[in-house]
Design a protein around this ligand. Structure first.
Ligand code: PLP
Length: 435
């Protein structure tokens, strides 16, 4: 099917050509290049509430929300005002500052799953540090991760399963020594038996299991609570630390993230995205005892020049404070559910093989009817359908992240009316996809 563009994107196309002179592939993060959808990537110049505007002055209802951080929408008044106030006094001092305390206090006092936290500057950095901490605490080196979970571009986690089950990993990127990839074991999600066999065999070498408790980087592979419980039990049994990578789910499905949602206590939790209110912030937290291994209290080294700078802390503080308002998460989940059900009903009425998965304010459009729990159950054919959907939605003024493996995010700034408008467009676009 040829995808014809009737909306002008000439300015974005021009800027993309220019960007190719300066950046590999014209981008500073690969998925932005629109490789798996059609047309040039949009160059966005402005965002307000749930809408973004590109350099050609087209406006879109945004469901990417900067890949998750903007749970309050674009240009949130309280965040902007606090950031402007803070920045007028300087941007970074490389010293402790009061705002770091304020954000740390706000998080730790409202999250029973962590007792101490350390701020860093990205989700990748948080995960990298959490893995080092787990190795430092246990004195062991190997890591178990799951196929279908993403944990940032940490060397030892850019790894896929080798041939056969429960073998050591093979890197998915050039530039990663085989010896690093071998430190990682990649297992399928939703498979307690393989997990048990692997732990039985290798637990003496395994420092930690890392999992996205709500896997949301390769579709939305919602797990059974029993599988997450099994991880908890087995980690205790085998002396392995359990890391919940909550860079997406943290502050998204509830202030206490997936740990709170499922009421499961991991050993270490990583955060990113929402925690910075749109600024580059990551963090990892754990019990006092585990965090006591971090320098300068303990022997696990981890540092950062711009960590907890006051500008980033003020953005995070202004954002998270709003999330603590009564009923915030209930209202987000309710409107997202209505939105998703409206589209799902249209697809069902027309017998389109579509299943929209939702939890809280996260949704994922799967082009298949059956429930998907593991990465290998996703049909790559669906991505061709997504490409058409994405194109049709851009034409109609709705922006989804440019890959069918990416989830969508609803923000507090998406009103029920905005969501109705978007649903109408998505239904019309589905009619074209299945025409
Ligand atoms: C986005 C993400 C990361 C990486 O965070 P960056 O800030 O992009 O480095 C790590 N883990 C999960 C679960 C993520 O969604």
């Amino acid at each position: 099917m040829e995808l014809v563009n009737t909306v002008s994107r000439t300015e974005s196309a021009y800027l993309f050509e220019e960007a190719k002179h300066y950046f590999p592939g014209g981008v500073n993060s690969p998925v932005r290049a629109f490789k798996s959808v059609s047309g040039p990537p949009l160059f966005i110049k402005e965002g307000e509430g749930c809408r973004i505007t590109d350099e050609d002055n087209n406006s879109y209802i945004d469901f990417c929300c900067s890949w998750g951080p903007l749970i309050l929408g674009h240009n949130n008044d309280q965040i902007r005002e606090f950031v402007v106030e803070t920045i007028s006094k300087g941007t970074s001092f490389g010293t402790p500052n009061r705002l770091g305390n304020e954000l740390g206090k706000l998080i730790v006092n409202n999250n029973k799953y962590i007792e101490k936290i350390r701020f860093v500057s990205s989700g990748t950095e948080a995960v990298m540090s959490a893995i080092r901490l787990a190795r430092g605490v246990t004195g062991k080196s190997k890591v178990i991760k799951f196929d279908g979970c993403y944990h940032g571009h940490v060397d030892s986690l850019l790894v896929k399963a080798g041939s056969g089950l429960a073998t050591f990993g093979v890197s998915t990127s050039a530039g990663i020594p085989e010896s690093f990839a071998k430190e990682t074991i990649v297992l399928p999600l939703d498979h307690p038996q393989i997990l048990d066999e692997t732990l039985e065999k290798y637990h003496k070498d395994i420092a930690c299991i890392i999992v996205e408790p709500i896997p949301a980087n390769n579709g939305l592979l919602l797990q059974n609570r029993s599988f997450l419980e099994c991880l908890r039990l087995k980690c205790h049994k085998y002396g392995v630390l359990l890391i919940f990578d909550e860079v997406i789910s943290g502050f998204r499905v509830g202030f206490e993230g997936a740990a709170g949602y499922y009421n499961i206590q991991p050993d270490i939790i990583t955060y990113g995205k929402i925690i910075g209110g749109g600024m580059p912030v990551g963090a990892y937290g754990a019990s006092k005892e585990i965090m006591g291994h971090i320098a300068p209290d303990g022997p696990v080294y981890q540092a950062g020049t711009l960590s907890a700078n006051p500008v980033a802390m003020s953005a995070g503080f202004a954002a998270l404070q709003q999330l603590l308002e009564d009923g915030f998460y209930e209202s987000m989940a309710a409107k997202t559910k209505n939105f998703v059900q409206s589209i799902q009903s249209h697809c069902d009425a027309n017998s389109y093989p579509v299943n929209i998965v939702q939890i809280g304010s996260i949704f994922w459009i799967a082009f298949a009817k059956k429930r998907i729990l593991r990465a290998d159950q996703i049909d790559p054919q669906g991505m061709e359908k997504f490409k058409i959907l994405h194109h049709e939605l851009l034409q109609r003024g709705v922006y989804l992240g440019p890959s069918g493996y990416e989830v969508g995010f609803v923000s507090a700034a998406h009103s029920p009316e905005d969501l109705n408008e978007a649903a109408t467009h998505i239904k019309a676009a589905m009619d074209v996809v299945f025409d």
